[in-house]
Structures are given as structure tokens and as C-alpha cells.
Write a new protein. Sequence first.
Length: 236
Amino acid sequence: MERLFRSLRKTLVQVLHHRRYGLSSETPLSHSRRTYSYVSEMRKSAFEGNILRLLRNEIQYELEHSPPKQQPVTKFGPFMVDDRAGEQWIKLKSKFGDEDIKVEVSTFDGSAPAPKSGGGGGGADEEDMQLHITFIVNISKGESGRILEIMCSAWPDTIEIRRLVIRASNNTIVQPYAGPEFKELDDELQDSLYDFLEARGINDELAVFLHDYMKNKNKIELIRWMGTVKSFIEKK
């Protein structure tokens, strides 16, 4: 008990001394908390500083070594290109007779091994892979209320029809019958459907264009995304 009183008396003397000479009267516990807060703030600042340094380096590298085209193409063949910043899809629009054609195109969403030109074996590495783009063709005619929807793949130099379905424009049917897989159709019918798309400008040349365009869009969106993250972290 006496030691407790001595300890309390010592603490009281220290507090009075600090107050008398304008010194801090914080307890060891409050001093510890202040020190912890200071250290935490320093760590947070160092962590954010490192992220900002990496982002600046990446942005500078992209801009210096492979800068994107700042004015992407707005027209290709019969199509007008609608590209909105920050979105991962673009839209192509055109008319063919009394048809309104809309093509919705994703950014790269898959890959597959590139076909081998020779007979060599072995597994595919990154250079042997070809990127895949999904695009959906919607064809409507006037006030018919129906849309022919064709889901396709764009490989680097060719298109591939995957499925087609007729659906109502107001989507009243939640799960419309999608028909058979395209490859299950008669070969002659498959060829005729490719000719049908070809006449509307949806062909292998479009596949080449989409791959070039999406490579540039990916670059633009990457740089924009890094800049947005950098601005958020810098904001106080």
C-alpha cells in the first residue's frame, strides 16, 4: 500500500511539474497511443507512396513504349463505332435495307491454342495462344417486334457463329428456346448463314478490325484505370 501511495505521489508531482512549466501532462499510456498512431500514419504514408510510385512508373512505361492511338476509329465499313470511356463493350451500328443492325462487342474474354502450321508437338506457350472476342449481332426489321440474335466469336482473322435465336424485342419470354448448337445444323445451312452475315459486313475483315481496335481500347482503359486509382490515393 505504501508503495502505491509513493507511486501516486510521484505521478502527481510529475503532472504538476509539467503543468507548471508548460510541458505535456500525458500519461505513459496516452504517449504510447500517440506513438502508435504516428507509426501507423508513417506506415500508411510509406505504403501509399510505394503504390503511387509503381502506378506512375507503369503509366509512364505504357505511354513511352506502346502509346495507344488517342483517336480510335469511329467508322469501319458500313458500321459506326460507339465507344464509351470506361466500358468494356463497344457497339457497332448500321442499316441494311429495312434492317437495323447492332453489334455488341466485348473486350478480350478468352483465349485458345493457335493452330499449328507444322507437325511439331509440345504444349502451347503465350506466343502460341490466340485471343478471343465475343460479339452479339442483333438484327431487327421495322415494327415486327422480333429480333434475330446471333452470338459469334471473333478470332484474330476469322469469325465463328456459335448460336442464333429469334426473340421478342420486349423480352417478354424470360428463357426463349435458343435452338440447336450452330455446328449441329446442316453444313449447307451453316454456309448460307455465313453468307447472310457477309452481305451485312460481318466477316473475317471485321474480326481483324475488332482485334486491332480492342487492343488499343484495352491500352486506353488500362492507362485511364491506373490514373483513376492514382488520383484516388493522392486525394486527401
